[in-house]
Ligand binder design. Structure first.
Ligand code: HEC
Length: 90
């Protein structure tokens, strides 16, 4: 009886813990990688203001804007690069 209870407990923990751990590790970075620049832009940049149209700034200026706004929007380098490329029209 006792070993059966322990076995059931182990199975129950495995059922709960395995999907949880894959959610926390693998999926998070995969999600960011799957997002397009326009998606990241609309989710992160329009929280505070509307961004001006792409032709307002040169490519070089958008790079600077990206560096400046990365710290405001708390973006990773990958997210910033995707957004900047989107705003440069690439
Ligand atoms: C936490 C709020 C916040 C977020 C998020 C944010 N910004 Fe800003 N943004 C500001 C503020 C405040 C200013 C004006 C002061 C400054 O330049 O720091 C500004 C200025 C700008 C300007 C200059 C506008 C002009 O006409 O000169 C651009 C371009 C810009 N942001 C683009 C972006 C982009 C692209 C993102 C997303 C990566 C972003 N911002 C995210 C707050 C934010």
């Amino acid at each position: 009886m006792k070993t059966k209870t322990i076995k059931m407990l182990i199975v129950a923990i495995a059922i709960i813990a395995i999907p949880l751990s894959s959610l926390v590790t693998g999926c998070v970075s995969a999600k960011v990688a799957a997002k397009s620049g326009s998606q990241l832009w609309s989710e992160n940049c329009r929280r505070c203001h509307n961004t001006p149209p792409a032709n307002t700034f040169s490519g070089e200026q958008w790079e600077t804007v990206g560096l400046h706004m990365q710290s405001r929007a708390l973006l990773t380098d990958l997210e910033r690069d995707k957004i900047v490329n989107f705003l440069k029209g690439e």
